[in-house]
Structures are given as C-alpha cells and as structure tokens.
Design a protein around this ligand. Structure first.
Ligand SMILES: [Zn+2]
Length: 240
C-alpha cells in the first residue's frame, strides 16, 4: 500500500465519521430543538424588554399621580379662596375674574393629568396581559424544548457506539499515515471539506479541471503528493 493509499483510507474513515455526526445533528428532533431554542431566546429578549418598559411606565405613573395630587390640592385652595372672595364685599369684579381664570386653568391641568394617568394605566394593563401571554407561551415552549432535548440526547446515546467505532477507525487509519502527509492534508482541509480528489478521465474530480498528462502520470505512480493546480486538493488515483 502506498502512502497516498493510507491517506485515502484515512479520509474515507474521517468522512464516514463526519457523516454519522452530521446525521445526529440533522434529525427532526434536533431541528425542533433548534427552532424552539430560537423561539425561547426571542421570547426572553421580548420579556426582558417589556419588563424594562413596565418599570419605566410604573415610575412615570407614580410621578403623574404625585403631580395630580399637587394640582388637586392647589385647586382646593383656589376654590376656598374664591368662596371667601364671593363673601367679601371689598373684593372687586376684576379680582373675581382673575380667580375664576386661575380655577379654570387648574381644571384644564387636572383634566390633562387625569388623561395621562388613564392612558398610562391603560398601557400598563394591556402590556401586563401581553406579558402574561408571552410568559405562558414561553413556559409551554420550554416544556417542548426540554422534551426535544431529551429526545436528542437519546438519539445521540443510541448513535454513540457507532460514532465511537467510526472515530476509533479514523484514529487507526490516521496512525498509518506519514506525519508530513497529514500536515498537508490538514492544510488543504482548511479550504476543502474533502481534501483529496481522485483523477477521473484526466480531470480532478474535485473541480473538474483537466490535468496535464505529466501530472496524471505522477499521481498514478503514487510516489508523492500532487495537488491540483486549480483547487489545491491532493490528487489520488485509486489502485485497480
Ligand atoms: Zn481540482
């Protein structure tokens, strides 16, 4: 067996291992798990954003209530002042008008403050319902997620012996390859998932580029690694 044959065997063993590992990652249970994970992450972000908005609105509500109390107090004072003026014979019509204007202005401010409080209250109520709804949905999703995770763990446990065997085989094949060749293989692997390509009809099977006869012959001789000039894969001619 030539040294490239050993490398080829190693690549086949490694591809078999990759295929087994990818199979476990591509099951319906895993797809469900990934989908639920994204959903939960999104919901958690939304929930924490709602919490922040709620805190801000609650603080605003407290402030609005305090303002309202203050205005109401001012209004009461103004009302009793107006009543006193009405009973005061020395009070002029101009003074009465001014006091009435002040009362009206306060009434307007109270009306606005009341509306602000009502709007904020309404928002808090609506948002609380939305929050509860999201929380419930996230709770259900979390249950589904946990179930999917267990299913995935079971699938992995079931596949594990086969994966372990494939890994052991890959390690065994790896040990038979010259270290220098392995280094080269690893370097090509950074660009290509499958670093070796066979020569078929004088073409590189990796990129379909036609190869010069001298290259084809050199590869066939199996004397040393030859990389495809176009894609850089290590060329290989399987032994008949
Ligand atoms: Zn190529």
């Amino acid at each position: 067996m030539g040294k490239l044959d050993a490398l080829w065997q190693y690549q086949q063993a490694e591809l078999a291992l990759d295929a087994l590992e990818n199979k476990v990652k591509a099951t319906p249970a895993r797809a469900k798990l990934n989908k639920l994970h994204s959903f939960l992450t999104e919901q958690q972000a939304q929930i924490s954003s709602i919490q922040k908005q709620m805190d801000a609105r609650q603080a605003a509500l407290a402030k609005l209530s305090a303002q309202f109390e203050e205005l109401a107090h001012k209004y009461e004072l103004e009302v009793s002042e107006f009543a006193a003026m009405e009973n005061d014979p020395e009070c002029t019509a101009a003074e009465m008008t001014e006091s009435r204007k002040a009362l009206e202005a306060l009434q307007d401010q109270l009306g606005l403050a009341k509306r602000d409080i009502f709007d904020t209250f309404h928002w808090v109520e609506k948002t609380t319902a939305d929050y509860k709804d999201r929380f419930t949905k996230a709770g259900h999703a979390k249950k589904d997620y946990d179930a999917a995770r267990i299913a995935c763990e079971e699938e992995l446990a079931a596949a594990q012996p086969e994966i372990d065997a494939a890994r052991a085989e890959a390690e065994k094949q790896k040990a038979l390859v010259e270290p220098a060749l392995l280094t080269r293989y690893a370097a090509v692997k950074t660009h290509h998932t499958v670093p070796m390509a066979t020569v078929e009809n004088n073409q590189c099977s990796g990129c379909r580029m036609s190869l010069p006869t001298v290259v084809v012959k050199k590869v066939a001789s199996g004397t040393g690694p030859v990389e495809c000039e176009n894609c850089g894969r290590i060329l290989y001619t399987p032994r008949a």
